[in-house]
Design a protein around this ligand. Structure first.
Ligand code: SAH
Length: 371
């Protein structure tokens, strides 16, 4: 022992620095690990520290576009509960409630059916303390008990109606690059100037991940998988099957697994570099609904859809709701409602890119999914 004091490790001042140190110490990290840290690091993670929604934030989600979205989902929940033979008590669960806007609009409609309301216990699954506080504020005064959870696993078993809008796109994905006749896991390391940079790691795709019909990949093709989405959908399905129930999952994504890089970073409503500002930009990936359905079926749930969001909302009565809302209002308000309808349902806006899948414990017909 000499007289020198042990050097105290300084705390990293940003997520970029924290990740850089990790890479120096342990080598490159997977894209999934990078995405997870960017979104969920307890000190610097995007959702942990910010309110990303709305015109002043980084992006806007359907419930933030218009109250009609949450109201129609509210109608869906009440009708689904009826078709499940009105279980009481039952759990109404939302995963990733953001600002709590969807739930607030949903409950306003649900309150019109007193027996639905009377049997409801509300469970919100939210990993971000920051957004939880926001949800508490939005939902202050609603006449139901609200229970917050970090994970669905701690929600007590009971008949369940579950909704999740734009949750799955925030779960980490892995990426693989096709090179020299093999899939290599894409990783984040450092370049010669110590900047974050993509590279190829030692990991490869597990056999059976790529559907047999897919072959003849071009050099440099990128394929994505999401063990986190699969695990989440399995847990949801298992929850529904314990008693009875249904889940509605809405997100942007695709139904045919194909090569393609869908990872994107968005800041202040504009695309930005994936590695430019870790923790300060939203990172999302398109959801592979093929994989969602496979995971749900594998766990024993019945799948409905996927449908495009536009036709789904129209089936639930979007135009009627818009007419009602606009009736007797001034021209400007009516124009705003018309713009909101287009934003939610028009094919070139959210209507086609966003998909809706429902899962249920048995084969009953669910609202919006009838032929
Ligand atoms: N549903 C809201 C918010 C979507 S953003 C809306 O439509 O406006 C994603 C939400 O999921 C945020 O609230 C985020 O904090 C939460 N989230 C992210 N990962 C999660 C996880 N693993 N479990 C539960 N919530 C999660």
């Amino acid at each position: 022992m000499t007289g020198t004091k042990p050097r105290k490790a300084t705390k990293p001042s940003s997520l970029g620095e924290k990740i850089r140190r990790q890479i120096v110490a342990n080598g490159p990290i997977s894209v999934a690990d990078y995405m997870n840290q960017c979104l969920a690091d307890p000190n610097f993670g995007y959702y942990m520290t910010k309110d990303p929604f709305g015109e002043s934030g980084d992006f806007i989600t359907a419930p933030e576009v218009s109250q009609m979205f949450g109201e129609l989902i509210g109608g869906w929940c009440v009708e689904t509960w009826r078709r499940l033979s009105k279980p009481s008590p039952f759990n109404l669960v939302e995963m990733g409630p953001g600002r709590g806007t969807l739930m607030s609009d949903l409950l306003r409609i649900a309150a019109l059916e007193p027996t639905f309301f009377a049997g409801t216990t509300l469970h919100l699954v939210e990993t971000s303390p920051h957004l939880r506080a926001h949800q508490q504020k939005t939902l202050k005064g609603v006449p139901v008990d609200i229970h917050w959870h970090d994970t669905l696993k701690t929600v007590p078993d009971a008949p369940t109606i579950l909704i999740a809008n734009e949750l799955l796109d925030a779960l980490p994905i892995r990426q693989f690059v096709f090179q020299d006749n093999q899939w290599h896991e894409r990783v984040v390391g450092l370049d010669e100037k110590d900047r974050l940079a993509f590279g190829l790691g030692a990991g490869t795709l597990e056999p059976g991940t790529v559907p047999d019909a897919m072959s003849g990949f071009a050099e440099g093709s990128i394929l994505e998988t999401s063990p986190a989405v699969t695990a989440m959908v399995e847990t949801v399905s298992q929850k529904l099957l314990k008693h009875c129930g249904a889940a509605l999952l809405i997100d942007y994504g695709y139904t045919q697994h194909a090569p393609g890089d869908t990872l994107q970073a968005v800041k202040a409503h504009k695309p930005t570099g994936l590695l430019d500002d870790p923790g300060n930009a939203d990172l999302t990936a398109h959801v592979n609904f093929d994989a969602v359905m496979r995971a749900a079926k594998g766990a024993g749930a019945v799948c409905h859809g996927p449908l495009d969001q536009g036709p789904f909302l129209l089936k639930l009565g979007l135009l009627e709701r818009a007419g009602h809302l606009g009736s007797g209002k001034d021209h400007e308000t009516q124009e705003q409602i018309r713009t909101d309808v287009e934003r939610l349902a028009a094919p070139e806006q959210m209507g086609t890119l966003f998909k809706v899948v429902a899962l249920s414990s048995d084969g009953l017909k669910l609202p919006g999914f009838e032929d």
